[in-house]
Design a protein around this ligand. Structure first.
Ligand SMILES: [Zn+2]
Ligand SMILES: [Zn+2]
Length: 311
């Protein structure tokens, strides 16, 4: 039986339409043709990308400024086809498309990605995300930093080698502003509600992971700190968040095998905002109906998704 659900506090709807006998194995998997020889993100091919602006090595953080660094764990490079340009020549930042676009290569290995990462690798990655976020959000003219990952071509990745992206914007997206229009923090309320719901997946170290009541996509998961803080620059200890993300991704990996996915960090400098992370396995495709109505049809109820992700 289908159900039309309203968003927790926004004027948005989704349709939960579970199909009879629908299993995760029915979903499409990643079909990444692995070709590490030609891959510009692989270890040994560092010259094929622009020089790295930050290179995280076992000995600490450096850059390619003094020559290409080979011994790296994570490498940050300017996007070769940037959506925005760092040059700021006039006061009209929107008209000149001002901003920054960086690629974070998460591993030197080609067929390796965060849903397979060890604890220490996820922890390092989260620490680097916090680092890069803080670096860009403090830049003159930057008001918002979008930090996200596309993995697999059906999730929008044009390069198979696992990487994340950061786009720093001279404006705060309207949806983020809208989420701050309520009198009290709606996310603090959501945490109260979901921590005792059938949709709870995991709760530990002051973090919570759940399949949201309002789920646009099958197996969508939200990860939130119980403590209210606006962004990663305020995150001194990344271990709790790393634990949650690793658990959620590895559970998905166990359920789906290799799978395409996105995740994105929701944060801004305004103290009213409640930092969180959303994970979206790309298991279904959207089409004309969603474009037409902005109402998403989700074939898996979040209650069922949570049951399967709790294992
Ligand atoms: Zn590669
Ligand atoms: Zn809050």
């Amino acid at each position: 039986m289908s159900e039309i659900r309203k968003h927790y506090f926004l004027d948005e709807y989704c349709i939960i339409a579970p199909n009879r006998g629908f299993r995760p194995s029915d979903f499409k998997k990643t079909d990444e043709a692995s070709n590490s020889k030609k891959c510009i993100f692989c270890k040994g091919n560092e010259e094929k990308t622009p020089p790295a602006t930050a290179v995280y090595t076992p000995a600490g953080v450096t850059s390619d400024e003094g020559g290409v660094v080979r011994d790296w764990n994570v490498r940050c490079i300017p996007n070769m086809y940037p959506a925005l340009s760092p040059k700021k020549s006039s006061s009209d930042q929107l008209a000149e498309g001002f901003g920054f676009h960086e690629v974070i290569i998460e591993t030197p290995e080609h067929d390796y990605e965060p849903s397979m990462f060890l604890d220490e690798e996820i922890t390092r990655l989260i620490r680097i995300y916090a680092d890069r976020y803080t670096f860009y959000i403090n830049k003159d003219g930057i008001k918002f930093v979008s930090l996200f990952k596309n993995y697999g071509s059906s999730a929008g990745a044009s390069i198979a080698h696992s990487h994340s992206q950061l786009i720093a914007l001279p404006l705060i997206p309207p949806i983020i502003k809208k989420e701050m229009e309520t009198e009290t923090c709606p996310f603090c309320d959501i945490i109260q509600r979901e921590s005792i719901s059938k949709r709870l997946i995991l709760m530990q170290n002051d973090w919570i992971a759940f399949a949201p009541y309002f789920s646009k996509y099958p197996f969508e998961v939200w990860i939130m700190p119980k403590e209210h803080f606006p962004d990663m620059s305020k995150l001194s200890d990344v271990s709790g968040l790393a634990f949650m993300l690793r658990n959620v991704l590895s559970r998905m990996h166990a359920l789906f095998g290799g799978f395409a996915y996105n995740y994105a960090f929701f944060q801004c400098t305004d103290k009213r905002y409640h930092f969180h992370l959303k994970v979206f396995p790309k298991l279904s495709v959207t089409g004309g109906f969603e474009e037409n109505t902005n109402i998403y049809i989700n074939p898996v109820s979040p209650e069922d998704a949570a049951t399967q992700l709790r294992w």
